[in-house]
Design a protein around this ligand. Structure first.
Ligand code: SF4
Ligand code: SF4
Length: 300
């Protein structure tokens, strides 16, 4: 991370903590909900299947920028399906950088060729070993690993949502992140139980066991892009929600934290590690702040 960006985020953090401000810093633009997959745990694919036009997405980016957002995510559906005329996802990333966003990340299922060196991080969903990943995401594991091998930059971060199907494969994904070229890190979430996927949720004890594995893998040098000091809050779901520093925009509608905010009762069962980490950082928890300062610059 550039020094100017680090100073910018440090000043933002200080203001937020001292004055208990609720301004956003991280924003997500949903470029489409169209997706080539139908993952077992997913509740957001192909509801409209609309690929939003370039002009609309550019306007949404501008809106987020004016709100103060400086960390931008492009999310789907599947982001690599986004196109408008000759424009592709790559053009959106370049446009975001030109507009002044300091960090621009993309979330993908990894089933399309990965040629996006301009992105700071490509969060690529890998949900376990071949057997468990394919049970959740269809027969895609080998295609994804092939695409990672052929990727044109080393900006990939595995993104694993831990659930009842894949909870025993956390170690596998940590090792793969450490050993695979072009992969910089792995970032975890627990399954957030939307009403149609409650059967995949983990119990408190299962979350504790997963966190113990992640902690051990961190000690063994696995590149985990999460904050260990937030684990107790994630295990107990005792972190504050929602995260006011995060916003999502989809087809012109802005939601605080996530588009899931409208699902009654979901925030109390939230499994998103970034929500725990951000809300605790901005509450000024010293241990978490210190770990963040050591961890984030390693991967972004
Ligand atoms: S790839 Fe993502 S958007 Fe598509 S079905 Fe899977 S989880 Fe949902
Ligand atoms: S806190 Fe609520 S709105 Fe935010 S990601 Fe979790 S479930 Fe979604």
């Amino acid at each position: 991370m550039e020094l100017s960006s680090f100073s910018y985020f440090a000043w933002f953090g200080l203001k937020t903590i001292l004055f208990r401000k609720k301004d956003p810093i991280l924003g997500t633009v949903i470029v489409t909900d169209r997706c080539n997959l139908h993952c077992r745990h997913c509740s957001v694919n192909n509801i409209t299947s609309v690929v939003h036009p370039y002009a609309q997405i550019r306007e949404e980016m501008q809106t987020l920028y004016e709100m103060g957002v400086r960390i931008l995510f492009f999310c789907g559906g599947e982001t690599f399906l986004w196109k408008d005329g000759d424009r592709t996802l790559r053009d959106l990333v370049i446009e975001a950088k030109t507009m002044g966003f300091r960090i621009v990340n993309v979330v993908t299922n990894g089933t399309y060729p990965i040629d996006l060196p301009e992105a700071d991080l490509i969060l690529l969903s890998l949900d376990g070993d071949r057997e468990r990943h394919n049970a959740i995401r269809g027969d895609t594991y080998d295609t994804i690993l092939e695409n990672i091998r052929n990727a044109t930059a080393d900006n990939i971060c595995f993104y694993m949502a831990i659930n009842q199907i894949n909870k025993d494969t956390v170690e596998h994904v940590c090792r793969l992140a450490r050993e695979t070229a072009n992969v910089r890190a792995v970032s975890f979430n627990f399954h957030t139980p939307y009403p149609d996927t409650t059967d995949l949720a983990l119990s408190r004890q299962e979350k504790e066991e997963c966190c113990a594995v992640i902690s051990r893998m961190m000690r063994e040098g696995a590149p985990v892009f999460n904050l260990k000091s937030a684990f107790p809050y994630l295990i107990d779901n005792s972190f504050p929600t929602p995260c006011h520093q995060c916003v999502v925009i989809e087809n012109g509608k802005i939601s605080t934290c996530g588009r899931c905010i409208d699902v009654p009762g979901l925030c109390e069962q939230c499994g998103y590690f970034f929500v725990a980490e951000y809300t605790l950082i901005f509450r000024g928890k010293p241990k978490i702040l210190f770990e963040m300062l050591r961890t984030y610059p390693k991967y972004v």
